[in-house]
Design a protein around this ligand. Sequence first.
Ligand code: SF4
Ligand code: SF4
Ligand code: SF4
Ligand code: FES
Length: 322
Amino acid sequence: MQITINDKTIEVQDQDTLLEIARREGFEIPSLCWSKEASHKSSCMVCAVKDLSRGQIIPSCTTKPVEGMHIDTKSEEVMQVRTMSLELLLSDHRADCEAPCSLVCPAKLDIERMLDFYDKGQREKALGLIKHAFDLPKLACEDCKAPCEKACRRGNIDRPVSIREIIKELTEEVDVANVEEIVNEAINKKLFQSRLGRFNDSEKARLKATVTAPSNCLHCACAGKSDCQLRTHATAHNIKRPGYDISSELQVMLKTKVNDTMYFEPSKCIRCGLCVYNSDNGFTFKDRGFEMEVNLPEENKKNIREELASLCPTGALYLVEN
Ligand code: SF4
Ligand code: SF4
Ligand code: SF4
Ligand code: FES
């Protein structure tokens, strides 16, 4: 059969989807809830295209070609639908991409990751990050007014993490010879930032009871911040700020340990279902409509395979380094 994509008429078979055909022909269409290797159902509409022959907006990831179709992949209208779909997904996405402390550090030290290594006793890795950001860590921190500690979210709950003290403790082990100047390059500065609002009292109490790292750090940053597809698409569509529902009672920053190597964070989940459709007696959907959540019953944890983490398009499901 023949179909037309933008201005190109092509001969196609009906076993592939419009998304696969278009990409093969060199047309760019983003996708989020789709995976070539896995079962999926269209839910995000980030792959929207317009079927000009019927005047309909359709998801290209699940639609098969029909003789005479004329597909538009790039008009303003199509771009607006994709942007609106992303904004809708982000409207109740109550999560941080980067931790507040790291965002305000003048040297852009990835403080949260450094503290994660510190909390796991991996002092050399923590030091590696410090050395990567600073040429002269002791002096840089001593001369700095420590905006990181002012921004530290733990301060909203009891007292901020002693970031400078910890850096000092670590850097006393370092030979700081061969150093030149502070790295001022902002890391990820142009990327989309989802930002968490302030905690209410019940969230503060829950976090205080649950988060008990040696440094006291809440580990605010998202584990998926470097390869999150939602973040990548939000950046590409120039979405600056999602319209938060800050009263939303999602499980803010709470993590479920799936097994020794994997964690699940419900607040980062976009309910695409890739983990549900691709685990046997594993993840499930709970409730319907706006209330719908992805859930992992305790008795199903044993059925979760590591490969699922790579299917998740966000930072909701991830592997940890031990
Ligand atoms: S899941 Fe993606 S968009 Fe959400 S906080 Fe993590 S990196 Fe940011
Ligand atoms: S709690 Fe940890 S990650 Fe969060 S702002 Fe404070 S130091 Fe940074
Ligand atoms: S955990 Fe990940 S894969 Fe599962 S529904 Fe949420 S975003 Fe999708
Ligand atoms: S990628 Fe097609 S609907 Fe999500």
